[in-house]
Design a protein around this ligand. Structure first.
Ligand SMILES: [Zn+2]
Length: 93
């Protein structure tokens, strides 16, 4: 086997090994994460409101949560606040 062919095969093997390692490192970085994540500048603190007019949670209305019950006739779940089932097609009078 010629020396030139050996060198060519060696170069091809090294190239293939390098490309394989680079691909696996790329997959590792994608799924596991880089060893040293890029340093991010900390976000500026939120601006304080000028006037304190009550606690923070009073600014947002509480979520509406209603109990439901199954309609005795059709089985659809309706709010307990309504008198009768309002489902279209319910045979309940
Ligand atoms: Zn019903």
């Amino acid at each position: 086997m010629g020396l030139l062919l050996k060198l060519a095969l060696l170069g091809f093997a090294l190239y293939a090994a390098w490309k394989t390692l680079a691909r696996w490192k790329g997959l590792y970085d994608r799924f596991v994460g880089r060893a040293s994540p890029p340093v991010r500048t900390p976000a500026p603190p939120p601006a304080q409101p000028a006037a304190q007019d009550g606690p923070q949670f009073a600014q947002r209305p509480p979520p509406v949560i209603e109990d439901t019950r199954a309609c005795a006739v059709c089985g659809a779940y309706v709010s307990v606040s309504v008198a009768k089932c309002e489902r279209s097609g319910c045979p309940q009078p």
